[in-house]
Ligand binder design. Structure first.
Ligand code: NIG
Ligand code: FE
Length: 409
């Protein structure tokens, strides 16, 4: 256990605070004071109040960061991490020329993961999913969102969300759960998508009452659900006071972003086909755009999300792995930083903000994502000379240490 107050010295900090004078909210010779799982003070070493330093000396809890760079803990704000099996066979099919949409229409795709997920017990699903979580944590993820959506029936959606909660209980990481019952129409409802939406509306309050749901998502797409169907799900979420987010405009422009904006969605995710009207709607609603370069890469998409328009409209940009078996079997958030820069032309600063400050925003979490007094003491020590290195390298991990809730892991 850490003593109540500790201080970190001999470090540089990328605070990621907005409106900071320096890019990344950089502090060259920084000090961070931690107490009770929170940051109590963050600033220049020379400005550290003497009484704070004295209380740390008193408890002998002074940490020498040896020149490391400190950033907020990373936040992976869009994952489907809990699933059974894998889809390597479909990957081979796609390399032989069959498209992602055609595979889905032929009963593969999400449906095949649904089958494997339904067959797995809670324990098996936990065992299959834990290595993915550990891989993300090894790169500095301290908060992760995990969606359901491969169960598509009450008992299996419940199982998925319970596994997400169990993973949180067993690991030093915050898990935010999202109910994605409206991910696909399961085989037993084939051709009866409205009836399946009825079923989603039946599941939601039950799972919410069991404490398993933090937010609600849907896949608004021609191979998913229509805007009208998605709105039914959003209206049900609103009744329960749950925030919404949306898989929108991934394969086509269905106007999902405008719907999400009307419901003041926390985030709209994917967005390759987002229209100008969609950009304006997100900007006005204060909705965060979550960009998923792993899915763009893995599906070999060619249409880029309208980054320049989002940027000039002032829409906050977040980045995530979209960790899932079909479109992004990825467990590296650092690789997503690199891809956000190379594929989407984000700056390294925007990319890092996308997995810290703006990712927190995409989850509606106000207590993390930046280094500042009052925030959770979730932060990382990196062996880098500048924060741009986190986006620049790929395939390596310069993480030295994770501090989670004030505790050194
Ligand atoms: O975010 N777009 C919908 N859902 C996932 C893919 C799901 C799958 O193919 O299994 C996504 O890309
Ligand atoms: Fe997704």
């Amino acid at each position: 256990m850490n003593s109540p107050t500790s201080v970190w010295l001999n470090c540089k900090a990328a605070t990621m605070q907005t409106g900071a004078a320096q890019p990344y909210g950089l502090i060259d010779d920084a000090a961070l004071v931690v107490g009770g799982g929170r940051l109590k003070w963050v600033g220049l070493r020379r400005d550290l109040p003497a009484e704070l330093m004295a209380s740390c000396l008193h408890t002998h809890d002074v940490h020498d960061a040896r020149g490391a760079f400190i950033t907020p803990g990373l936040i992976d704000c869009h994952t489907h991490l809990v699933y059974g099996g894998n889809r390597a066979g479909e990957f081979e099919q796609r390399l032989n020329g069959v498209s992602y949409e055609d595979i889905a229409k032929a009963g593969g795709g999400i449906a095949s993961t649904v089958q494997a997920t339904r067959l797995a017990t809670e324990l098996e699903l936990t065992k299959q999913s834990a290595p993915r979580l550990l891989a993300l944590m090894a790169e500095g993820v301290t908060t992760i969102e995990i969606k359901s959506g491969y169960g598509l029936a009450l008992e299996h959606e419940r199982k998925t969300l319970r596994v997400a909660r169990a993973l949180a209980a067993a690991h030093p990481v915050t898990v935010h759960t999202t109910f994605l019952g409206a991910h696909a129409v399961p085989p037993e409802f084939l051709g009866r998508s409205d009836a399946y939406v009825d079923e989603v509306l039946r599941m939601l309050p039950i799972l919410h009452a069991e404490g398993l749901v933090d937010a609600v998502d849907a896949f608004c797409e021609r191979i998913g659900f229509s805007v009208v169907q998605t709105e039914r799900v959003f209206a049900a979420a609103r009744v329960l006071g749950l925030p919404v987010k949306l898989h929108a405009e991934q394969l086509s422009d269905s106007g999902g972003a405008q719907l999400a904006a009307r419901y003041k969605a926390l985030s709209c995710d994917h967005l390759e086909w987002l229209s100008d009207a969609g950009v304006q709607a997100l900007a006005q609603a204060g909705t965060t755009a979550v960009l998923l370069p792993g899915a763009f890469y893995f599906l070999r998409e060619t249409r880029l999300p309208p980054i320049a328009q989002l940027r000039s409209a002032g829409v906050p940009l977040a980045i995530s792995t979209d960790c899932n078996p079909g479109s992004s079997p990825c467990t590296s958030l650092l690789l997503m930083l690199n891809m956000a820069c190379t594929l989407f032309r984000l700056t390294p600063h925007e990319a890092l903000a996308g997995v810290t400050r703006n990712a927190a925003r995409a989850l509606g979490l106000k207590d993390r994502g930046v280094l500042a007094a009052g925030m959770r003491a979730d932060f990382l020590l990196w062996d880098v000379q500048s924060p741009a290195e986190l986006s620049y390298t790929f395939g390596s991990c310069p993480r030295l240490q994770t501090v989670f809730n004030g505790l050194i892991l």
